[in-house]
Write a protein that binds this ligand. Structure first.
Ligand code: PMP
Length: 369
């Protein structure tokens, strides 16, 4: 088990909210009674105070640098989770356009996003992997949006199925909108290829409560004044993410995570390398198991963030999860729609945790195979 100075910590493979980097937790703990030089905690200061203004400005600045966000993009810190974006995106980018929103559905979250878009206007799937229970990405070159598309929506990483794009697919001329909720800041991203990127924080970027939206400025002209205030991207952009009281604690935490990525990990390329190494440890055991561990995702669609697989029967799966927890390897039960096991190995999961899981998987196979 990993240990901090005072408490035993498990290796937590939860899909989110998920494990956070220990140095970030320690920094939060150290500052929780009083931010240095402020005398109050982050939970107690006004969102308009100089201290929070600095925290917000620094978080945005550092995130822009880490990701290489071009100057003609706005970075917004919103609430309502990625679920609210499922509605805000069509409300802002589709409403009044006379066009159609086109969705690539390669997993559960893409489907949920489309379900909200159809409530708002014309929206349809241009690819749907439901026939194979969402175990793969569209084949290269299979995606073509129509000239009438207001935007094309994809999900970078399908958290439930463990299926991940390896970059921005070519879709045609419409702005590409991408849900990065479960692989945000886990690897370099060419932001300029997207019209809008969004991600909730509680997997790779800290605490639940803040959702990051990065959008190209020209798209703001689509937001109609008649939209409810909170739902209008323009209102948030004009107010610098202070349209309402923002989720101050989660923004502060996100800022610390970005600093950790920059200063201790060495940036997104280094993070990507670590994430590839971690995922390989698990996929190698699965592939060498002679069918004992059956992966859900096709080989060329595999996620570096959520490793999903089945065992020969449900009884064994239950035992696998229970015995893992006894060893301090927790939260490995798969989502009910896929079943089996899901090991979520986001940025903050150390390689030692993945090695322990790998060793456990090999042992469990030997004893039960
Ligand atoms: N999209 C993806 C890919 C997700 O994994 C999740 C959460 N698991 C969501 C959207 C929804 O996020 P939230 O719960 O913050 O609304």
């Amino acid at each position: 088990m990993a240990s901090s100075t005072q408490v035993e910590r498990v290796f937590n493979f939860s899909a989110g909210p998920a494990a956070m980097p220990l140095p970030v937790l320690q920094k939060i703990q150290a500052d929780l009674l009083a931010l240095p030089g402020v005398g109050s905690s982050i939970l107690e200061i006004s969102h308009r105070s100089p201290a929070f203004t600095e925290i917000l400005k620094t978080a945005e600045h550092d995130l822009r640098q880490l990701m290489g966000v071009p100057d003609n993009y706005k970075v917004l810190f919103l609430q309502g989770g990625s679920r609210l974006q499922f509605s805000m995106i069509p409300m802002n980018l589709l409403r009044g356009s006379g066009k159609t929103a086109e969705y690539v559905v390669h997993g559960a979250w893409g489907k949920y996003a489309l379900n909200e878009a159809v409530k708002e206007g014309d929206a349809k799937a241009i690819w749907d992997g439901g026939a194979t229970n969402y175990d793969r990405l569209p084949a290269a070159g299979a995606l073509h949006c129509s000239d009438a598309a207001a935007y094309v929506h994809i999900t970078s990483n399908e958290t439930i199925q463990g299926v991940q794009f390896d970059g921005a697919p070519a879709v045609g001329p419409a702005p590409l909108v991408c849900d990065f909720s479960s692989d945000f800041i886990s690897r370099p991203v060419d932001v300029g290829r997207y019209g809008l990127i969004y991600a909730c924080a509680q997997k790779n970027a800290g605490a639940a409560g803040v959702t990051v939206v990065i959008l190209r400025e020209d798209l703001l002209s689509r937001s109609q004044d008649s939209l409810p205030g909170y739902m209008n991207y323009k209102a948030h952009a004009d107010a610098g993410s202070l349209y309402n009281t923002p989720c101050t604690f989660a923004i502060y935490t996100l800022g610390l995570i970005v600093q950790w990525l920059r200063d201790e990990v060495g940036g997104l390329e280094a993070m990507h390398q670590r994430n590839r190494e971690k995922a390989k440890l698990l996929y190698d055991v699965i592939d060498a198991s002679g069918g004992f561990y059956r992966p859900h995702a096709q080989v060329d669609s595999r996620s570096l963030m959520n490793v999903t697989f089945r065992l020969p029967d449900e009884e064994l799966e239950k035992r696998f999860v229970a015995q893992a927890a006894e060893r301090g390897l927790t939260d490995l039960k798969g989502h009910r729609s896929v079943g089996g096991i899901r090991a979520s190995i986001y940025n903050a999961m150390p390689i030692e945790g993945v090695r322990e899981l790998r060793d456990y998987m090999e042992e469990f196979h030997k004893l039960n195979g």
